[in-house]
Design a protein around this ligand. Structure first.
Ligand SMILES: CCCCCCCC(=O)CC(=O)SCCNC(=O)CCNC(=O)[C@H](O)C(C)(C)COP(=O)(O)OP(=O)(O)OC[C@H]1O[C@@H](n2cnc3c(N)ncnc32)[C@H](O)[C@@H]1OP(=O)(O)O
Ligand SMILES: NC(=O)C1=CN([C@@H]2O[C@H](COP(=O)(O)OP(=O)(O)OC[C@H]3O[C@@H](n4cnc5c(N)ncnc54)[C@H](O)[C@@H]3O)[C@@H](O)[C@H]2O)C=CC1
Length: 721
């Protein structure tokens, strides 16, 4: 028996999963030796440290020195061996790792192992013949599903699909050796996947056509899923060797598309933001979280019900509190409905949801029941006075160590904390709607927030399977602050001659899941209206004689206020920027009433309507958002551009294959972003959001360094960090 280990010479620090090395020379030599040695009757391939392989080192793909795909010859060599080769899969077999296993004649997996071809998620396709072998082994529908989604499947599912021959609860390597000994002398031809035909489907052509349509619709401009379908199609239409040539061609296309780079940047950015840093030098490496054994949520409206659902799913006992019995019953029904749906989705899986047990989920109107919780998340109306009243109460009732979190979307964390006797334990945990679905958790520290509180909130994000991003305190924090100028531009474009459907189309074509007007209709126009009234920008507190389209000397559009005054709150009222089939309807159709309203508005204010092209729509919306991003970086509200990008990808539907707004700016080129902002700012001098930020100008002046170097060009260490 010869035992080959996948070489692990490029293991990133603190990472125990093996990554394939570029040449894999030692493995190649070992296999050749085993084949030539008559005393070796069979070969077993396994990984190190309980992991088969997580595939190639992703950092290697962006390296200019990288040439071609070096793994295919090894996979072919394994497959063509005259002696049976058995893969012993423990931990993970992902990407190139699974492709190696597909080259083996037999596969044994540990029951806890996971397998997948995640290349699509980093903008690639399985480039070591995986798109050709997998359909031959498990059939086109299952292979397409794995290859186009990149999902990791558990060993039990792999066994059902026929991806592995055997699963074991205990020693995988011994089981693989046992199997290898058993099959010595048996013919290998039927086990060589490259020689097998792809199992036929009665309607293959129609199936592939439909798969392509579905994948394209979901991909929103991301190329990799579409090219994955094309590669699998090649497996169904061409002999193996030609299919491999096509796979290689498509792999090359993706590698040079720019999207792969953006997706790989996003992969590492998501991991980089875990290493948070805050004022006074506190950071992820020094601060330890407190355990959260029991939590409470106050307010069971849109956000609270999703937050409760998230906590229950993470197995954290919850007390859910409302202001009165009527709201409580409404909230309880909504939470139960969400949990029942979640339980249905989890049916058949290893985990179950225990939410009928009052020890796990309790509904109440009694604040005294919060006396023993470790953490409270407040999600009541966005009103400072109300929040302060609640936090004051909490600081009296909750035990001394309890963390007090607010889900405010924009309000000042320090002011909320000032109502308590423990400002060091007050922190913003900004969930995104729907809170049980969206992955982002923006974590906002105030002036007094302790490192332990930040570490605990980050730990909570992890427990909820969310991406926590730590940011500083300012109006709107990072995500909403960048969103304000974006939405503002969208509305200004309507004033100047565009229509909601035209603006949304451009941004949806760019890859956003939903354009700004459809988004406002979904979220409810009344939310922003209430906030503007509180800020004195509209409503009864607006000083008499204030010009309709100006506030504090800056351009202001009263259009959203006017819609709200007409009772047009969006989907909930059946009318907003669009019309809907009924109140609560979801299908947006352009509304002739709105078009007339816009023309009358322009006439009233003497605005000359003009045609606005797609380029201007895109640039004014995106570049104003990016410009705000530079301001946020310069003020030290976020530690780096990666934070802004992770926030936008996970909380605002920014297309991941464009890497986030700041990465996108770097691909467009900072000089171009600056020049365009200058141009638009000259045309609209009363719009501060278009005035190029000083940090952007500075970066251009120093010849636009790569994104990872930007922060080193900030002249001062920001007071926030
Ligand atoms: C021969 C060369 C050319 C061949 C070309 C043929 C085509 C290919 O071969 C194609 C490929 O394989 S592409 C790579 C496919 N594999 C993947 O996408 C796996 C990505 N990783 C994961 O899913 C999780 O990290 C995983 C499930 C593995 C582990 O999750 P955890 O939650 O336990 O850990 P993480 O926090 O995600 O990761 C720990 C550290 O490792 C870094 N890392 C993970 N996967 C990496 C990878 N594939 N390449 C480079 N670095 C990787 C990760 O960034 C993190 O680093 P630190 O933040 O510094 O700790
Ligand atoms: N709706 C959204 O998309 C997002 C909202 N947020 C923020 O989350 C918070 C909640 O927003 P929504 O859930 O949309 O509001 P909502 O209006 O849907 O729900 C608020 C709930 O709080 C309850 N409440 C009010 N006073 C209370 C009290 N004294 N004690 C207990 N419960 C009380 C209300 O009865 C209501 O059910 C706000 O601060 C908002 O800015 C944050 C992210 C997104």
């Amino acid at each position: 028996m010869f035992h080959a280990q996948i070489p692990f010479d490029r293991i990133p620090h603190q990472f125990k999963s093996g990554l394939l090395c570029r040449s894999s020379q030692s493995e190649k030599d070992g296999l050749k030796k085993a084949d030539a040695d008559p005393s070796v009757k069979a070969v077993m391939i396994c990984g190190e440290n309980g992991k088969f392989s997580a595939g190639a080192d992703i950092r290697g793909f962006s390296s200019p020195k990288r040439h071609g795909v070096a793994l295919s010859p090894i996979v072919s060599l394994i497959e063509s061996s005259e002696k049976p080769v058995v893969a012993a899969i423990e931990g993970v077999a992902l990407g190139g790792g699974l492709e190696v296993a597909l080259g083996c004649h037999y596969r044994v997996a540990h029951a806890k192992a996971r397998m997948g071809l995640p290349e699509v998620t980093i903008g690639l396709l399985p480039g070591a013949e995986g798109t050709q072998r997998l359909p031959r082994l498990i059939g086109v529908p299952a292979a397409l599903d794995m290859i186009t989604t990149g999902k990791h499947i558990p060993a039990t599912e792999a066994l059902k699909l026929g991806l592995v021959d055997e699963i074991v609860e205990e020693n995988t390597i011994e089981a693989a050796i046992r199997l290898a000994n058993k099959v010595i002398g048996q013919p290998l031809e039927p086990r060589r996947l490259s020689l097998k035909p792809v199992p036929k489907l009665p309607n293959m052509e129609a199936f592939l056509r439909e798969a392509l349509v579905k994948v394209k619709r979901q991909a929103r401009g991301c190329l990799a899923p579409e090219l994955c379908v094309q590669a699998v199609r090649a497996a169904t239409e061409r002999p193996f060797a030609e299919g491999v040539r096509r796979e290689r061609e498509l792999f090359g296309l993706l590698l040079s598309s720019g999207q792969a780079q953006a997706l790989q940047y996003a992969f590492f950015a998501e991991r980089a933001v875990r290493r948070w840093a805050a004022p006074g030098g506190a950071s992820w490496s020094s601060a330890a979280p407190q355990p959260v054994r029991k939590a409470a949520v106050i307010g069971l409206g849109t956000m609270g019900r999703g937050i409760v659902t998230s906590l229950v799913k993470a197995n954290i006992p919850v007390v859910a509190l409302e202001q009165d019995l009527e709201y409580l019953n409404k909230g309880r029904k909504a939470v139960m409905l969400l949990l029942e749906r979640e339980a249905m989705k989890m049916e058949g899986g290893a985990q179950t949801l225990d939410f009928h047990n009052p020890a796990r989920l309790q509904f109440t109107v009694d604040f005294d029941l919060l006396c023993d919780v470790d953490l409270v998340i407040e999600a009541v109306f966005e009103n400072m006075a109300l929040k302060k009243e609640i936090f004051h109460k909490l600081s009296k009732i909750c035990k001394p160590g309890a963390l007090l979190c607010t889900n405010t979307s924009a309000l000042n964390i320090d002011e909320i904390a000032s109502a308590t006797n423990r400002p060091q334990q007050v922190i913003g945990t900004h969930f995104f709607s729907p809170a049980h679905v969206m992955r982002l958790l923006e974590i906002i520290y105030g002036r007094h927030t302790s490192p332990t509180a930040i570490a605990t909130a980050m730990q909570l994000a992890k427990a909820l399977k969310k991406v926590g991003v730590v940011v500083g305190n300012c109006f709107g924090f990072v995500g909403n602050r960048m969103m304000f100028p974006y939405v503002q531009q969208a509305v200004f474009l309507l004033e100047e001659g565009s229509r909601p459907e035209a603006v949304d189309q451009v941004l949806e074509d760019f890859g956003f899941k939903i354009g700004p007007f459809r988004m406002s209709d979904l979220a409810g126009l009344d939310v922003g209206w209430r906030s503007r009234k509180e800020q004195g920008l509209t409503g009864p507190s607006l000083a008499a004689g204030t010009p309709a389209r100006q506030r504090h000397g800056q351009r202001y559009s009263p259009l959203p206020d006017l819609l709200c005054e007409q009772g047009r709150f969006g989907q909930k009222t059946g009318k907003g920027w669009y019309q809907y089939e009924r109140a609560g309807g979801r299908t947006a159709t352009p509304d002739p009433w709105l078009h007339d309203f816009l023309s009358q508005y322009r006439d009233t204010h003497g605005i000359q309507s003009r045609f606005i092209d797609q380029e201007e729509i895109l640039e004014r919306c995106l570049f104003s958002l990016i410009n705000e991003g530079f301001a946020i970086l310069a003020e030290g509200i976020a530690s780096g551009p990666e934070h802004l990008d992770v926030i936008y990808i996970n909380g605002y539907g920014w297309p991941k294959h464009r890497g986030g707004p700041m990465f996108y700016a770097s691909t467009v080129g900072l000089p171009r972003v600056l020049a365009k902002l200058q141009k638009y700012s000259e045309a609209h001098p009363d719009v501060p959001g278009l005035r190029p930020n000083a940090f952007l100008k500075k970066l251009v002046a120093v010849r636009s360094p790569p994104l990872k170097e930007w922060m080193s060009y900030l002249s001062h260490q920001s007071p926030k960090l």
